[in-house]
Design a protein around this ligand. Structure first.
Ligand code: MG
Length: 384
């Protein structure tokens, strides 16, 4: 089996999610946006697909790096092909990002699963076939009845738990450019309102502003200890390993989770684990360069007796969650009272992470990564 062709289809669809000036997602007026589907085809006709951010699979990147490395190669050798791309990163002028590696590697895994007639999560070991999800909210906003006040957070969290079946909730609180943000007192009042609304038995987590000082982070962390939160993530610049060591050492009753957006794949995660900079390790297929490196992070964490919590949604992250024993939840979102997360976008027949009334996301038995892509829709809505 040899890789014969690599193509990308850019297509349009409508969304009710908008981005603020700092890149945070909020509900907004309906608008048309562009997405991309990367497809790798083998000489026997087997295909592997991944929906990916258009910038990660641009034609210049495919031409300069991906096609020369992959065309003619055996697609089953995902580790060899990933390493080929990893070694090309240094000389790529920063074009060959970890996200590019992730997109290509996940399309390869989709192909491997289809060729084997097996779901990827089983090929990775298949530790579990379902996992509890936590409801991960959007960042705070200034929309009336949205996520504008602590009471809004409390009301929404209560709905997530009592009506939708979530067994855990994570808040993203207010970030610039929302007026008054960032502010640890505001964050605390939202967290306290959610604890009050869902009661003492629902695990809660916080992902606040990412550039608080040590003093603000400690103050907020001590408040979360009082509220019995499970973890806090990325409250400071993650490049400062020393700051996270200091914070973890000063918060005996709150788990610090990280690093999430810090570069350096599993090498950075190994430094955090060995350095005592976190209590739980963070990974995510789009953060560390794909499924293979995300699993390595989980193995590092396991060797340190730590859980590895997977960042973000989608079939690739779900496969990693199912493959490893040392994780707690699947992150499902981002959620907002004005948006229906369960309604698939036009290019999917089903969302990747359908959840039952008990809060479990079930892994699919279909061959490949488990995305249910509507290729007819994509072909009919190709972008210019
Ligand atoms: Mg986060």
């Amino acid at each position: 089996m040899r890789i014969e062709a690599i193509r990308v289809r850019r297509f349009t669809y409508s969304t009710r999610t908008s981005r603020d000036s700092d890149g945070h997602a909020h509900p907004g007026p309906e608008r048309i946006v562009t997405n991309a589907c990367l497809t790798i085809t083998a000489d026997d006709g087997t295909e592997g697909h991944i929906i990916a951010p258009p910038a990660t699979v641009s034609e210049p990147i495919l031409d300069a790096f991906i096609r020369p490395a992959l065309v003619g190669a055996d697609p089953m050798r995902t580790a060899q092909l990933w390493h080929r791309l990893y070694k090309a990163q240094r000389g790529s002028g920063a074009l060959l990002t970890d996200q590019v590696l992730a997109a290509v590697e996940m399309a390869l895994w989709d192909m491997v699963g289809r060729a084997a007639g097996q779901p990827v999560w089983k090929l990775l070991g298949g530790y579990r076939d379902r996992i509890l999800a936590y409801g991960s909210t959007m960042c705070g906003d200034d929309l009336e009845g949205g996520l504008a006040t602590p009471e809004d957070y409390g009301r929404f969290a209560e709905w997530l738990v009592r009506e939708r079946g979530y067994k855990a909730v994570k808040l993203h609180t207010w970030m610039p450019p929302i007026p008054g943000a960032p502010n640890v007192q505001m964050d605390y009042t939202a967290c306290a309102a959610v604890r009050e609304a869902v009661g003492p038995d629902i695990p809660l987590m916080l992902d606040p502003n990412h550039w608080y000082s040590r003093a603000d982070s400690l103050w907020l962390g001590q408040k979360l200890e009082e509220l019995g939160f499970l973890w806090m993530e990325e409250c400071m610049e993650e490049a400062s390993l020393s700051s996270y060591k200091w914070l973890s050492g000063n918060l005996p009753r709150l788990n610090i989770l990280g690093p999430e957006t810090m570069t350096g794949k599993y090498w950075t995660r190994a430094e955090w684990a060995a350095g005592g900079a976190c209590d739980m390790l963070r990974t995510g297929v789009w953060d560390v360069g794909g499924i293979g490196p995300a699993l390595k992070c989980a193995h590092i964490a396991e060797g340190f007796g730590m859980s590895c919590e997977v960042h973000g949604t989608g079939a690739g992250n779900l496969a990693v969650c199912a493959a490893i024993p040392n994780t707690t939840y699947y992150e499902r979102g981002l959620l907002h009272p004005f948006l229906d997360y369960d309604a698939p976008p036009a290019y999917l027949r089903r969302i990747d992470d359908e959840m039952d009334a008990e809060g479990f996301v079930h892994l699919r038995d279909t061959p490949g990564l488990g995305q249910d892509i509507d290729h007819d829709y994509i072909d009919a809505h190709l972008a210019a």
